[in-house]
Design a protein around this ligand. Structure first.
Ligand code: PGA
Length: 257
């Protein structure tokens, strides 16, 4: 982390877990465990669409932000089952995860749709959390850096310098997601640094230095502190551990270093 240059973000990705009726109890359990968090990080809970209103209600004006896990690339119209960026904003959602590897793997999202969704989110006040990351096969073939560079470049196509300042990137090695296998802090930090260099090549060093780059993939209450100590890791996108208020609170507090 480097709090002088950019914000730290600890974002929970609840995926398709929990229930709307359980959101209040989660907030009640979490909030007393993270007093003063706003001094060192932004805390975001990314919930399923149907749970956004209950999450907004539960977190109210506590400072915890609410995010969605997907958004349509289209502004409006005949797209049954989709949710637009404007609809998310109007529901007081402030963040949105874009291009999570599960969306890429199971729902056919591509670098192109990730770019379109990023542009659609940026047309509103939403803050996109754009996910990039390699599979195990890609890592073993030595193409991690090329792959994340390509994903990052395509995701940012058509994004202005001003818009870049609102974007968060999440580096999530696919082989580490939900597997209990974490990249070492050094390996994760190195890829995050490489992503920042790609952004620097596109927008200049000052702009790149301002972008928060998160690590995701089995981040938990045990390994968060070491991962967050890396200078280019500016927070975490946390799946499993974000469902447990105690574990998530430890991660939020580990960002206070
Ligand atoms: P995990 O998920 O923490 O359960 O590995 C991270 C993510 O998919 O965002």
């Amino acid at each position: 982390m480097n709090r002088d240059l950019r914000k730290t973000v600890i974002a929970g990705n609840w995926k398709m877990n929990s229930l709307p009726s359980e959101t209040g109890a989660f907030a009640d359990a979490l909030l007393p465990l993270i007093p003063g968090f706003e001094k060192w990080c932004e805390v975001v809970i990314c919930a399923p669409f149907v749970m956004l209103p209950s999450a907004v209600l539960a977190f109210g004006d506590t400072g915890v932000k609410v995010g969605a896990q997907n958004v349509s690339q289209h502004a409006q119209g005949a797209y049954t089952g989709e949710v637009s960026a404007a609809q998310l904003c109007d529901s007081h959602t402030q963040y949105v995860i874009i291009g999570h590897s599960e969306r890429r793997e199971y729902y056919g999202e591509t670098d192109k749709t990730v770019n379109e969704k990023t542009l659609a989110a940026l047309k509103t006040s939403l803050i996109p959390i754009v996910c990039v990351g390699e599979t195990l096969e890609q890592r073993e073939n030595g193409v991690t850096f090329d792959l994340v560079a390509m994903q990052t470049k395509i995701a940012l196509k058509g994004v202005s310098k001003e818009e870049l300042s609102r974007i968060v990137i999440a580096y999530e090695p696919v082989w580490a997601i939900g597997t209990g296998k974490t990249a070492t802090p050094e390996d994760a930090g190195e890829v995050c640094k490489a992503i920042r260099e790609v952004i620097s090549g596109l927008y200049g060093k000052a702009s790149a230095d301002g972008v928060s780059i998160l690590y995701g993939g089995s981040m938990n209450d045990k390994n968060a502190r070491d991962l967050l100590a890396q200078p280019d890791i500016d927070g975490g996108l946390i799946g499993g551990a974000s469902l447990k208020p105690e574990a998530f609170a430890v991660i939020v507090n580990a960002a206070n270093q």
